[in-house]
Design a protein around this ligand. Structure first.
Ligand code: FNR
Length: 366
């Protein structure tokens, strides 16, 4: 039968339970990635090519891994990244993630294509809770402007513009399962054709003509910090710095877009030395997502220079299998792993994490 929540000892365990208990269509949408899913596997695998060079005989009795992202204080340097269609996994949808993020004092990124309405997700937040907005840019810019202005008015603290999805990737597991929407709020302004799976059905409004030339327009309509989500090469990070955006997420969309895109953590290891060389490392906040499942993954990213790490599927799986208790346990497991591993590498605070604590020789040579 179904394992007890207490029998989930790490984030991968939730995936194994979710695979068994979720409806086929929902599992297909959450777990799928593009084409041969090589990039999705690489996201997880890349972390396994980074090793630690721990310091010994450091007083690690007290460990504090709180930090700040876009100026907001958080307990631990991960955030709940945007994932569409929360109600496929749980009747209450994204607000379950909101409540867990509040309990653990981490940031939730609200997806454009949430099942709950944007206002429901903001209303579910506790006092002072920080949320960001993930934006898919509509061909009709008036719609996008209304979404952005509304988010700012409702107190969102960051605008994450997804730049890796001019067209949604081909996710065959999703296409094969007969997707039925369990009553979501998603409004694409189009009649949906479910024959191509959930992803295609909800994404036809996204503007493939979005370009660098649009960035100043976003800066003119909002005071929220702007972060480009889905950057894949250091050249584009430098362009982002030039345009004065506040951040980038080095990400391949959980492997769901371009198969054979590199992992965020590998791009990070390539990017930060270049930024440091040019003296630009404080001009932009660099985040990564994709495949992070352990606190050691988070620590590796922070050592390389990331401000924080987005985590997607594990919280969806925990929510789908066990609801709020599941997501809370997943986050607590990460906090427990974080405390132990900070101690074991000899670091007591986030600002002590540096490249010298890592051996990345096999990251690129494999
Ligand atoms: C996503 N992701 C995503 N990203 C985005 O910008 N807008 C979106 O609507 C979605 N939707 C979405 C749905 C599902 C089911 C998944 C799994 C992912 C990508 C997400 O923000 C993030 O880049 C990855 O999920 C990170 O990888 P992991 O942690 O899932 O391995």
């Amino acid at each position: 039968e179904m394992p007890l929540l207490e029998q989930c000892y790490n984030l991968m365990d939730f995936e194994a339970v979710a695979r068994r208990v979720m409806k086929k269509g929902a599992w297909g949408y959450y777990s799928s990635a593009a084409d041969d899913e090589i990039t999705m596997r690489e996201n997880h695998g890349a972390f396994h090519r980074i090793w630690f060079r721990p310091k010994i005989l450091v007083d690690v009795e007290k460990v504090d891994f709180s930090t700040a992202m876009l100026g907001a204080k958080v307990d631990i340097p991960f955030y709940v990244t945007a994932t569409a269609l929360g109600k496929l996994g749980h009747v209450e949808g994204e607000v379950v993630l909101t409540r867990a993020a509040h309990k653990h004092n981490v940031i939730q990124m609200i997806p454009t294509l949430a099942s709950c309405s944007f206002d429901e997700i903001v209303d579910a937040a506790g006092p002072g809770q920080v949320q960001w907005l993930q934006l898919y840019v509509n061909k009709d810019r008036a719609i996008t402007q209304r979404i952005v202005e509304h988010a700012e008015k409702r107190g969102c603290k960051g605008l994450f513009i997804t730049v890796d999805a001019p067209q949604l990737g081909r996710r065959e597991k999703d296409m094969r399962s007969k997707f039925t929407d369990p009553g979501s709020n998603v409004q694409s302004g189009q009649t949906t054709d479910n024959s191509q799976g959930a992803a295609r059905a909800i994404s036809s409004f996204i503007d493939p003509a979005l370009s660098w030339a649009d960035i100043p327009w976003f800066q003119s309509i909002t005071k929220m910090p702007i972060v480009l989500k889905g950057v894949q090469r250091v050249e584009d990070v430098l362009k982002a710095v030039e345009l004065g955006v506040q951040g980038v997420v080095l990400s391949n969309h959980g492997g769901r877009q371009l198969d054979f895109a590199r992992s965020g953590v590998e791009i990070l290891a390539e990017t930060m030395p270049v930024l440091r060389e040019l003296g630009l490392q404080d001009k932009i906040e660099v985040y990564i997502d994709g495949g992070a499942r352990r606190a050691t993954d988070i620590i590796k990213a922070l050592c390389l220079g990331a401000k924080g790490v987005g985590i997607g599927r594990p919280f969806l799986y925990a929510m789908s299998a066990y609801g709020l208790d599941g997501v809370n346990r997943a986050m607590q497991l990460l906090k427990d792993e974080m405390e132990m591993n900070m101690r074991l590498i000899g670091a007591t605070r986030i600002d002590e994490l540096s490249p010298s604590l890592l051996d990345v020789r096999s990251l690129f040579n494999h």
